[in-house]
Design a protein around this ligand. Structure first.
Ligand code: MG
Length: 291
């Protein structure tokens, strides 16, 4: 396929460079996990993330990305409740009972890392907690499917199956993507089956895998700010993303934090699973309440 010509496979050395960017993004999200609480403004979270990235000698990936009205000016996208992705930081304050999806990207020596997590603030209904957990679980299922010799559709199918099991809406207008010296490279990684099996997965392929699920439908609207993507039906949305590199041994998560690795290690000890993506998926699945 013509589009495949733009897919770049990364060398081991290049993957190690991407791992540096990924580690920084993970550090930022780890730090934000402790700061996402009632009363904090989304702009304060953004300032903290920018400070962390710049003081590491890196550059925020999202600043300057062209938009409908103007280039993006922030380090983070912070999407609250029915906002799916691309929420713009501002003076509004986080409140108890909200879900807050934070997407962060950083460039280290020309290489990008990109990751997102949905944080739960205080008490939320079980249905909301389940949505957030299932979206994370779907991300790990998609990552576990990113094996050499498999196809992109295997990633998409693993994610879609997780959503279907819970009856969640799967966002179609925004998808995962290749990543490297550009934040968005080919190929696209849909979170649903398209009817085509897509490109074969091979070592050196680096992807941002990022399911976006809703408690309602898949249709989206864009706010007048030209950025914020919201659910058309007002339903809650969750978003999880990791940057991975496909290696001969399977997927390697480049944006995993030491904290999530220890969770994966614990799960591995229990389940006997070996690949980190698989163990993380197992941990996620175990944490998930019965539907
Ligand atoms: Mg992304």
């Amino acid at each position: 396929m013509a589009a495949d010509r733009r897919v770049t496979l990364k060398s081991r050395a290049q993957i190690e460079q991407m791992a540096l960017a990924g580690a920084l993004v993970a550090q930022v999200l780890d730090r934000l996990a402790g700061e996402v609480k009632p009363g904090v403004t989304t702009l304060a979270l953004d300032a903290l993330a920018e400070e962390m990235i710049r003081s590491a000698g890196a550059v925020p990936s999202f600043i300057g990305v062209p938009g409908r009205l103007a280039p993006y000016r922030h380090t983070l996208c912070i999407s609250v409740d029915d906002e799916i992705v691309h929420g713009v930081p501002g003076p509004r304050r986080i409140r108890d009972g909200q879900i807050v999806s934070i997407d962060a990207g950083a460039i280290v020596d020309g290489w990008h890392g990109d990751a997102a997590r949905t944080f739960i603030v205080g008490e939320v209904p079980d249905a909301t907690r389940r949505l957030v957990a299932a979206t994370e679980q779907a991300m790990y299922a998609g990552i576990a499917a990113a094996q050499p010799g498999a196809f992109l559709a295997d990633i998409s199918g693993a994610i879609e199956d997780t959503a279907r099991a819970y009856g969640y809406g799967v966002i179609r207008a925004f998808v995962g993507h290749g990543i490297g010296t550009e934040m968005h490279e080919e190929p696209q990684v849909t979170n649903y089956r398209t009817g085509s099996r897509g490109r074969r997965i091979e070592p050196g392929l680096c992807l941002a895998i990022e399911p976006m699920f809703t408690l309602g439908g898949h249709e989206v609207r864009i706010r007048n700010d030209g950025w914020t993507v919201i659910t058309a039906d007002g339903s809650l949305a969750a978003h999880w993303e990791n940057t991975i590199a496909v290696t001969a041994d399977g997927p390697r998560i480049l944006t995993s934090s030491p904290a999530s690795e220890s969770v994966a290690a614990t799960a591995g000890a229990t389940t006997g699973a070996t690949a980190s993506a698989t163990t993380a998926a197992a941990a996620s699945a175990e944490a998930l309440p019965a539907r």
